[in-house]
Design a protein around this ligand. Sequence first.
Ligand code: ZN
Length: 311
Amino acid sequence: MAELPHGIRRVTLSLPTRPGHVHAYLLPGEDGWIVVDTGVGLPDAKETWAAELEQAGGSVAAVFVTHFHPDHVGAAADLHELTGAPVYQGVLDYAQCELVWGNPLWSERLLEWFQLHGAPPEVTGELVGQSAVYRPFIRYQRDPLLLTAGERLDGWELIAAPGHADGQLCLLKDGVLIAADHLLGRITPTVGLWPASRPDPLADYLQALERTIELAPRLALPGHGDPIEEPVARARELQEHHRLRLEEAAAALDTTPKTAYELSFALFGAELNPAGRRFAIAETLSHLERLVHEGAARRHEASGVVAYTAA
Ligand SMILES: [Zn+2]
């Protein structure tokens, strides 16, 4: 456990896959700690949290989930059972959480999605299988208390940060942003288009970065990696990263229709494992759809396959 400014504590939980860890944060509140994010609900999650909370001392007043990805939501029910504290989650985020983790047919839907975007049948199984690794360890809290951006939780303002996840919420108080996966220091947060996600997640993300620049936090505490000492500069870097990526995506298009699967090789290389390819396809799609919305690309659908050309 690390001690940070403003009495905040950071709990680092290990993950079985990259990036190998996730940070949860304990925020000092009126009636006890607000625990932000939970890690994955692995068999030892309760034990790990019991030890961390004993070290922190005091009681837990609330558990807050920033977004429904396994490493953030996965042990929410464990924390609730351990502490009795209510679990809070964003309205939109909880709807997606149910849609993905509460739906036994989600894998089928994902399989169709990758086929629609050009993945050959022999690889779709691997692409989807990888995403099922965490499924047994996602112990999200059913019927949490729902919140929306603009509301407050014990003095912390909830900030909408869509892009990486449509319904992601960050927390802001006294210039400190609990950033989850909206801003990361060394790695770039993934911004993918998935089944049932908003139509143009990259536009959402670029706008959310703009809002971060306006809010001008002095410190951002991310879900992975070190604290970000210059969050505004980092938000600008991430905008620039995507501007360059959009140029690359546009340059990869011509008059021959190409699928997101094919283009993911041009944009992210050939040397990716199935997990990497899965994110590469989703991220390629978010860039292609941004180009379509900008009028720089066209989407075509024929024989159950979506492909893109230059406009
Ligand atoms: Zn995430």
